[in-house]
Design a protein around this ligand. Sequence first.
Ligand SMILES: Cc1cc2nc3c(=O)[nH]c(=O)nc-3n(C[C@H](O)[C@H](O)[C@H](O)COP(=O)(O)OP(=O)(O)OC[C@H]3O[C@@H](n4cnc5c(N)ncnc54)[C@H](O)[C@@H]3O)c2cc1C
Ligand code: SF4
Length: 350
Amino acid sequence: MMRLPRLRYVAPRTIREAAAALADAGPEGALLAGGTDLLPNMKRRQQVPRILIGLRGVQGLRVRELGEAARLGAGLTLSEMLRDAALCAAYPGLRRAVASISTPPLRNMGTLGGNLCLDTRCNYYNQSLEWRKAIDFCLKKDGTICWVAPASPRCWAVSSSDMAPLMVALGARVTLQSAQGERELAAEALYVDDGIAYLSRRPDEVLTDVVLPPHAGLRCTYLKLRRRGAFDFPVLSVAAALRLDGDHGDAPVREARLVLGAVGSHPVLAAEAGALLVGRPLSEEAIREAAEAAARLAKPLDNTDYALGWRKRMAGPLIAAALRELRGDGPPPHGELARAGVRGRPSGAC
Ligand SMILES: Cc1cc2nc3c(=O)[nH]c(=O)nc-3n(C[C@H](O)[C@H](O)[C@H](O)COP(=O)(O)OP(=O)(O)OC[C@H]3O[C@@H](n4cnc5c(N)ncnc54)[C@H](O)[C@@H]3O)c2cc1C
Ligand code: SF4
């Protein structure tokens, strides 16, 4: 049986106390939210903090404001967000992404902040201590080689959070608080293309909340490929958010943000593909061009489930399906994509 190592648990009541506890703990400390990722990782000795700063009692992380836009505290659980009918109606893409994360018991524990700061994943890393020891450790923890790309000086572990691509597509902003003060940054700036140092968050910072853009006129969706429909990490995902110059699906696009998830160590913003759509209606030709441009950025490696060639080939169809949904065609039909694992209850575009 895998057991947690001995550790000290600190239970702050405020964000300020949490930031102070994190600063005091230094490299030995880690924030614990729902623990659905951190605790299994600690049992496998992938992460070895000696002091856990529990965020459960920090009321300031449980903000939920919904007006023209939304502000969501990092401590909200995924289940709380799913039960929030007004929030889900305002941002159906968010509902789709949250609903696709793990299972109901894990969503009761798992939080928005924990999901956005989720550790990157790799077939050679998400294994028991004994397994990793048997083949020898890798760069991400305790080793000197990358088993996926042995000549590479860097780690290519995969960003596997379902909320991260969606927040980047929405153009959300996140707030980080340390004992020194607070700073706000675009969600895309929170992520770094590095399997080890995958966040620009400093070790002494607490992610406190996320601000979403105004929802009026916003169309957003999230599609995810995974092996099991019941629950599984993404092997490829697409988050798309756009605004049209008009109410109908055939109006020209004013703004578009397309993001690929699970194809690299960070959510990949396909800015050029989004720009290709601007000023044009979502015709089949525009969709094809944008999907081809975005799919060129999908460069998965052989370190998650499914063959990497197939994951790469699926990027174009998945992006096209997301754009057709936002045009008003409805969610992808139960055809090839659905059989291949595209999941999500029909929610239409927001
Ligand atoms: C069987 C299984 C299936 C899963 N499937 C999915 C899936 O399909 N998609 C998916 O995205 N995830 C999945 N997960 C991962 C995980 O359950 C979720 O990502 C969850 O949202 C993590 O949140 P948490 O609160 O439990 O994070 P924790 O485990 O508490 O923390 C995760 C990381 O975030 C840091 N952290 C937490 N809160 C903050 C904060 N406020 N500020 C700064 N850092 C913080 C922690 O220090 C830690 O490094 C799965 C997990 C399991 C066990
Ligand atoms: S990508 Fe390489 S270094 Fe990173 S976790 Fe996988 S095997 Fe280890």
